[in-house]
Design a protein around this ligand. Structure first.
Ligand code: OOG
Ligand code: MG
Length: 259
């Protein structure tokens, strides 16, 4: 089994790097479990690490019922963020991506190690700041279609992310009540509120830490956590401009370019 998981991890890594679509792993390997899928995710990320692209954080995915329904999966998942996934300006070159989608997120930056059965107050005490953010997801599976096992093995569709320049104290506002409006080329395409993330984004961080603990993992100081999409993700095309307005907290802009 462990040899198969290594082989599949290399397969997934190759497609993540080449941006070529692949078939669902579960077509050929229906026997794979969710734990196998997290092991494939871990092994693929070892390959990123060997290529000089270290882990800098974690993401939660499928944290709202709407998102779970839209992809046909009924539980939250976690993925790994590496250094090369972070955008440092509001420009998204499509080179290296297959069929990207963009979604509004909230990011937590953690200053103290978090592990085990933490509570929301442990998370607040360990949070340096919270920032508006966006995530670019890009499933490596044909037609963006997958099962729970497939999407976990493909690192929860992680591709790119952008954090706002402005960081806020965790106590700055009620994060669940922050309204978000996403415009694409001037048209409103999605609206939502922080509460879409498991009722309150802090709950997503709590759940992440619980899930990591089951795998013997922890959130280390300095790491960034994307708490989950606040709305459905929208397809983007070359020439698009996206504006994501976080009520009272600023606007994130993204220009989509060919290369
Ligand atoms: C899985 C990743 C979802 C989120 O925030 O819900 C995600 C997918 O829909 O491809 O990043
Ligand atoms: Mg996301």
């Amino acid at each position: 089994m462990s040899e198969l998981l290594h082989t599949l991890a290399e397969h997934v890594y190759t497609h993540q790097r080449s941006a070529e679509e692949m078939d669902k792993l579960t077509i050929e390997h229906p026997e794979l479990t969710v734990d196998d899928a997290y092991e494939i995710q871990r092994l693929a990320l070892e390959l990123y690490h060997k290529a000089g692209d270290p882990l800098i954080g974690w993401k939660m995915g499928l944290t709202s019922k709407a998102k779970q329904r839209s992809v046909g999966v009924d539980e939250p998942i976690f993925g790994r963020l590496t250094r090369s996934m972070e955008l440092h300006e509001g420009v998204l070159p499509l080179a290296g991506l297959i069929h990207p989608r963009v979604e509004p997120e909230m990011a937590f930056v953690i200053k103290r190690r978090l592990e085990g059965l933490v509570t929301p107050r442990d998370v607040w005490a360990a949070t340096e700041c919270v920032m508006p953010a966006l995530e670019v997801i890009d499933s490596r599976y044909r037609n963006f279609s997958f099962t729970l096992v497939d999407v976990v093995a493909d690192n929860a569709s992680s591709a790119r992310f952008l954090l706002a320049d402005q960081a806020y104290s965790p106590y700055h506002t009620a994060w669940d009540e922050v309204g978000v409006v996403m415009r694409q080329n001037g048209d409103v395409v999605q609206t939502g509120a922080g509460a879409a993330i498991l009722g309150h984004p802090v709950r997503s961080v709590v759940q992440l830490v619980h899930m990591l603990s089951r795998h013997g993992l922890a959130v280390e100081p300095g790491m960034v956590i994307l708490a989950g999409g606040i709305t459905e993700a929208v397809h983007v095309h070359p020439g698009d401009t996206l504006e994501i307005d976080f009520d009272g907290l600023g606007t994130l802009r993204l220009a989509v370019t060919e290369a």
